[in-house]
Ligand binder design. Structure first.
Ligand code: SF4
Length: 323
């Protein structure tokens, strides 16, 4: 049996502009524009990039919450999405950024965590309760929390409940969308450590969306860098952080503050703001901001979209890095 758990192939998500334009036809927002990657069992992949790069939309497609406009997501070789049978969908669970918004304020924690088992028709009521207690325990919450309500918990405890709820159905893949960014700095490390522990203990695969590169470095073995709906570089963690190839990856890494003033990060200029996904630039979508675009002859960067090619263990989409 293939070890490939998740296969994301050429996924596009295009939305019509909400409300339309005053002076013309409705434009199309190209949130995700041809994203491909694979995940093996127990593997972790980080999706990084600026706001609007399409990483959260990609996560929603992988979690089966959003139907792609084109392309396909397969789980164990079977098509996966909002219409997949519940028995298949339970294998992929999502943890959201804001734990307070993702929990029902009117329901006690035990009910919220158990609900997922009831929705999927899993186990008998007594077994469900035991499973709920085990999931809470795995997330560092004692049994007494089943009677508490979300407003009685701290932000970190709420995120532990959200993780327990995702875990209770014994998924194979956990999709985490900025799971620590709404939390106080003091509890972020605890939640990151918890996710690492759970991944190892339950052999979970992890798709981890974050703009925090330090957290991604801690959690993920592979990292995909997204820009304006495209994956521009996908590489093993050590290669991506120690020897980034794509000019955008280099610029992102150079923007991380370093504690050591003796060894500051090399300066890589990133010009202006990311363009709108309604008006993606021609050719390489990064070319209006790329400090290396002038190094490619014949203004090729502005004319031709660079294909993603294998460079060692990495996949890179840049005209400067073709074989
Ligand atoms: Fe920069 Fe050109 Fe490479 Fe795009 S293809 S990243 S514009 S050098």
């Amino acid at each position: 049996m293939s070890s490939i758990l998740l296969d994301v192939a050429g996924v596009r998500v295009h939305f019509p502009e909400r409300g339309g334009s005053w002076f013309g036809p409705r434009r199309t927002i190209r949130a995700v524009d041809g994203v491909s990657f694979q995940l093996e069992r127990g593997e972790s992949l980080g999706l990084v990039g600026e706001s609007g790069s399409g990483k959260s939309t990609t996560a929603r497609v992988v979690a089966g919450l959003q139907t792609p406009t084109a392309g396909a997501v397969r789980l164990h070789g079977q098509l996966f999405g909002p219409r997949a049978p519940r028995s298949v969908r339970r294998h992929v669970q999502m943890v959201f950024q804001d734990p307070y918004a993702s929990l029902d304020p009117r329901r006690p924690i035990g009910w919220t965590v158990e609900e997922l088992l009831a929705v999927h028709g899993l186990l008998k009521p007594r077994q469900r309760r035991l499973r709920v207690l085990a999931a809470l325990d795995a997330c560092g919450l004692e049994a007494l929390y089943v009677h508490r309500y979300p407003h009685e918990l701290s932000g970190g405890q709420r995120q532990r409940v959200a993780i327990a709820r995702a875990l209770v159905a014994e998924p194979e893949l956990l999709v985490c969308d900025e799971p620590t960014s709404a939390l106080d700095v003091s509890v972020r490390a605890q939640i990151v450590n918890l996710l690492c522990e759970l991944r190892e203990r339950f052999e979970l695969a992890l798709l981890f969306v974050s703009h925090d590169l330090a957290v991604v470095r801690r959690v993920c073995e592979q990292v995909a860098v997204m820009y304006l709906g495209h994956v521009v570089e996908l590489a093993p963690r050590s290669q991506l952080f120690d020897a980034p190839r794509h000019p955008y990856t280099r610029a992102l890494l150079a923007a991380i503050p370093r504690g050591d003033p003796e060894h500051p990060a090399p300066h890589v200029a990133l010009l202006g703001e990311p363009p709108s996904p309604m008006h993606p630039p021609s050719g390489c979508v990064f070319h209006p901001r790329c400090p290396r675009a002038g190094d490619v002859a014949g203004e090729r960067c502005a004319r031709e979209f660079p294909k993603s090619v294998e460079r060692g263990d990495a996949l890179v989409a840049c005209h400067l890095d073709q074989p």
